[in-house]
Ligand binder design. Structure first.
Ligand code: PRX
Length: 634
């Protein structure tokens, strides 16, 4: 992204922002025109609207995103490091992958995929730890026009098979196992179990990471390394249409199965590259590190595509923040002279409670920008981050966005936007937020609070839910007319800054992970002794929110703890350990309306210990149950 597209001061921001609202199409066209390699130019900049939900950007254009992320950098900066790989174990060598080397490895991997019969439009599932092959296989898919569906390698076999089946992946890329701190995890075993339920998978490609002895099913499973050794490192890019899907990434909904959000090629590329350049004020020779996993949107947009489209150096970290000790993040920053550091409030809170000596041991003076993402950052964590990591010298960018938005939407621009703790501040150019009340009216002016919507399409918006366009329409475009509904609440303060106040639906953000309550309840209800369940969130010091389950049983038990373990075991198997309940209360009933709906509002308040303010419960079908639940709350 050319320097001219980097906003340098607040006056310029307001000028550009105004232009982007008055002439959104011209605004994005100039960015697209001057910063990317196109095989053919677009015929239309933008078409469609939220009403008909058929949004298209740069239609008619042809491109390959890997030419933009790799090939075009080779002439001028082929030897520059594209990816720095920091292994789990600090004694293992850090790997520097140059753009030249990345190009060869991506092409080789792409050629293997082709050999295995993968063609443009086929879906490839990637279930890998944070090792270079994860980024490489993502890019290899993009090289040949296959649609990648990365599944976070902490998900269970059932969660994996649901995702594989939903988009009918033909091939899966995995590893024998993974390292996480002191633990090793046998990923291939999880894949084998998942594949018992997936008839669509024809081939399994296995990367060797932990030298495990694993089951290799003949005819189906193959080690990647010998194939790579033989493969050519030249692979012509598949020329894609602007609107061809680039990837599918699953995110939890408040009900039903996970939603496979589909992102396009050109719009996504333009949006992630532009936002990366501005939000991180990325300049040549900076070393940028985002601690997310590529299994989430943050990793897709701001470890892989956004940074590489800018020719940046991006760090991939395989491990965890507390191994070998709580100083690991700070050690990596010092060692690599990290300039931009992007992490989640949960990580900040967990590290802030440890002894400061873990931080003070390290020279963090290379840092210029600190980022936060995934959930609201509370004031205490913001201050700790600012004082101890940034030494009050590195602006904090509290970036609000979603899997669905493709890239950052509301955020300070460092050294441009004055920051206030807990405020994501101002929308990026091209983004038009609206705060709505429950009467479908947009609240004008400042000092208002309501549901956050976006009024005009931007290039990075997900185009559909895989296989279910109707659900896409229903979820995002039916609550407010002609607007994209985010599912979040927000306030606008007296100077027009936005503060995100949390989800307004039944999604709970636990340690930065989106968890829908319904899928967890469905899992719990499979226990033979569970009659009914309701899950709510409650505030948690480290995780932001934790899960509280109210469960009614078919038969009483004299071993509640055993039952609690069994219930969490089912959740772990069906969804993953991230969705385990912190508290489980067995109860003889749940508060219901006369039409039989569970009153979650009351359960939320009880779980959060706000029992003095329950509101009117007299209209309930069973008001007496409220006292009973309060008496026995945990
Ligand atoms: O509730 C918002 C919260 O995370 C949700 C999106 O989650 P996901 O799709 O997993 O994407 C996470 C990474 C972009 C949002 O609806 N959220 C994300 N960032 C913030 C946030 N809430 C408050 N402040 C943020 N900076």
């Amino acid at each position: 992204m050319h320097e001219n597209f980097q906003i340098k001061n607040l006056e310029e921001y307001f000028k550009i922002y105004r232009k982007s609202v008055e002439y959104p199409n011209a605004f994005w066209e100039e960015i697209a025109e001057k910063n990317f390699v196109w095989r053919e130019k677009w015929k239309t900049i933008m078409s469609g609207d939220f009403e008909s939900t058929n949004i298209k950007w740069f239609e008619g254009a042809k491109l390959n995103i890997t030419e933009n992320c790799i090939d075009r950098h080779l002439d001028k900066q082929g030897d520059k490091t594209a990816i720095i790989f920091e292994p789990n174990n600090p004694d293992e060598k850090t790997e520097h992958i140059s753009y030249n080397n990345l190009s060869k490895r991506v092409n080789k991997f792409a050629n293997i995929l082709k050999q295995k019969g993968i063609k443009k439009g086929d879906r490839v599932c990637i279930y890998l730890p944070m090792i270079p092959e994860l980024a490489i296989s993502v890019l290899a898919c993009a090289r040949i026009g296959a649609i990648h569906s990365v599944v976070f390698a902490g998900f269970s076999s059932q969660a994996l098979s649901t995702r594989i089946n939903d988009s009918k992946c033909k091939l899966i890329i995995t590893s024998d196992g993974s390292y996480r701190g002191r633990k090793t995890i046998n990923l291939k075993e999880i894949v084998d179990e998942a594949l018992n339920d997936c008839s669509c998978i024809e081939k399994v490609l296995v990367v060797n990471r932990i030298n495990a002895k694993i089951n290799m099913e003949s005819g189906r499973d193959e080690w990647v390394e010998p194939l790579l050794n033989k493969a050519s490192d030249i692979c012509e890019p598949e020329i894609m249409e602007a609107e061809d899907p680039l990837f599918i990434l699953y995110t939890s909904g408040s009900t039903g199965k996970p939603k496979g959000m589909v992102h396009s090629t050109a719009g996504y590329m333009v949006y992630t590259a532009y936002t990366f350049k501005n939000i991180f004020q990325y300049n040549e020779n900076d070393i940028y590190w985002c601690t997310a996993d590529i299994g989430w949107i943050t990793g897709h947009s701001y470890i892989v595509y956004g940074p590489l489209a800018n020719g940046a150096t991006t760090v991939m970290f395989e491990g965890v923040p507390n191994y070998p000790d709580y100083g690991r993040f700070w050690e990596i920053i010092e060692k690599n002279k990290i300039t931009q550091f992007y992490t989640a409030p949960t990580a900040i809170r967990a590290l802030a409670k440890e002894n400061l000596k873990f931080v003070e041991k390290h020279d963090l003076s290379s840092l210029k920008v600190l980022g936060s993402v995934g959930e609201p950052i509370n004031e205490e964590a913001w201050n700790w981050y600012n004082e101890n990591i940034g030494k009050k010298n590195s602006p904090i960018v509290d970036t609000w966005w979603q899997t669905e938005t493709g890239g950052i939407m509301i955020s300070p621009i460092p050294y441009v936007t004055p920051t206030i703790p807990t405020f994501a501040t101002l929308p990026l150019p091209g983004i038009q937020p609206a705060i709505m009340n429950s009467n479908q009216e947009e609240l004008q002016g400042n000092q208002v609070e309501g549901s956050l919507c976006i009024k005009y399409p931007w290039p990075g918006i997900a185009r559909t839910i895989w296989g279910d366009h109707n659900r896409y329409k229903q979820t995002y475009f039916s609550t407010f007319k002609d607007m994209y509904f985010t599912g979040d609440g927000a306030k606008r303060n007296e100077v027009g800054y936005y503060r995100l106040t949390g989800r307004v639906d039944d999604v709970i953000i636990v340690s930065g992970h989106n968890l829908g309550t319904a899928p967890i309840e469905d899992a719990i209800n499979e226990h033979p002794n569970v009659a009914e369940s309701a899950i709510v969130g409650f505030p948690h010091k480290i995780k932001g929110n934790a899960l509280y389950g109210y469960i009614t049983l078919k038969n009483t038990t004299n071993n509640e703890d055993l039952l609690r373990n069994e219930i969490n075991q089912i959740i772990t198997e069906q969804i993953g350990p991230i969705a385990k309940l912190d508290k489980i209360q067995f109860t003889i009933g749940l508060p219901k309306t006369r039409s039989g709906k569970i009153m979650r509002r009351i359960l939320r308040k009880i779980a959060s210990n706000e029992i003095s303010d329950l509101g009117d419960v007299s209209t309930l079908l069973n008001p007496e149950i409220v006292d009973e639940i309060i008496k026995r709350r945990i």
